[in-house]
Design a protein around this ligand. Structure first.
Ligand SMILES: NCc1[nH]cc(CCC(=O)O)c1CC(=O)O
Length: 303
């Protein structure tokens, strides 16, 4: 079978698509693969906030249109960017082994969230990151920061920010991990649902691809990602909500932690629960319900 892989053109997206291509070659030697790099509106429009131009779904829409039009067979995504509810007619056919789920702080010099000077400017457009930074350092000034990973680091180096926050997984994939000043522990910075996870999307009716791609799936990451995404789904969290969820699987014991905050960090709700791997989605839904019972909806509405 010949498989055309739709991908965004950022270096990180291309790295991830090449990685999937190599995994397909390794797992299914009879298959041939080809990359189809596409521009997306999320990448092109950088002067307005993502929220204003239509949310994170924008990064994946063009890739889905390419599959619908028969120009590509699969699309490779960071699961963090995939909405909790899949668009009609599409499915995630495989979840790959998770990379580093943590967020990282980058400074021009060696800094940590603790040692940043009072009033320092931190770059991040994510309300999840903003809320958690301000919860521990209300004196800091969080300013919007968009663009691909290299663009963001360029803005740090140009002096526009004293520090920025990026996903460790992306930095490691681009061999930029030496720029990390501090890997933020989950106790301080709970990651986004699916952070560090690569997923492969295809049309739901492509049974041929689904059965072939199933061989690439990492069952542990599939379970933890399912639990994390169920939290986001129940909270109807957009990419722009100050919501985090992170799961770990130990044998058959799934431990899930979830957080909802006010965007200014003045209030943070955090809950944890454990259950069986087979109940991943139910565990996520139930944990989100606990957060809702504790006032999560108010926090989100007021953010
Ligand atoms: N929001 C963009 C995005 N989507 C996925 C990653 C990193 C890779 C990953 O989390 O899997 C990034 C960059 C970042 O947040 O620093």
């Amino acid at each position: 079978m010949h498989i055309r892989i739709a991908t965004r053109k950022s270096l990180l997206a291309l790295w991830q698509a090449e990685y999937v291509a190599a995994e397909i070659n390794r797992t299914v030697p009879s298959a041939t693969v080809e990359l189809v790099p596409l521009s997306t509106r999320g990448d092109e429009v950088l002067d307005r906030s993502l929220q204003k131009i239509g949310g994170k779904g924008l990064f994946i829409k063009e890739l889905e249109v390419a599959m619908q039009d028969g120009r590509a067979d699969i699309a490779v995504h960071s699961m963090k960017d995939v909405p909790a509810v899949m668009p009609e007619g599409f499915c995630i056919a495989a979840i790959l082994p998770r990379g580093n789920p943590a967020d990282a702080l980058l400074g021009r010099e060696a800094v940590t969230l603790k040692t940043l000077p009072e009033g320092a400017v931190v770059g991040s457009s994510s309300l999840r990151r903003q809320a958690q930074i301000l919860a521990v350092r209300p004196d800091l000034c969080v300013k919007p920061l968009r663009g691909n990973v290299q663009t963001r680091i360029g803005k740090l180096d140009a002096g526009e920010y004293d520090a920025i926050v990026l996903a460790a997984a992306g930095l490691e994939r681009l061999e930029l991990a030496d720029r990390i000043s501090e890997v933020l522990p989950a106790t301080t910075m709970l990651p986004a649902a699916g952070q560090g996870v690569i997923g492969i999307e295809c049309l739901s009716d492509r049974d041929d691809l689904c059965s072939l791609l199933a061989r690439l799936e990492d069952p542990v990451t599939a379970v933890t990602t399912r639990a994390e995404r169920a939290v986001a789904h129940r909270l109807e969290a957009s990419c722009h909500s100050p919501v985090a969820s992170y799961a770990i699987l130990n044998g058959d014991e799934l431990t899930l932690e979830a957080l909802v905050a006010r965007a200014d960090g003045s209030e943070v709700l955090r809950q944890q629960s454990s259950g069986r791997a087979a109940d991943a989605a139910e565990l996520g839904t139930a944990l989100a319900d606990v957060l809702l019972a504790n006032g999560a909806a108010n926090l989100l509405a007021g953010s």
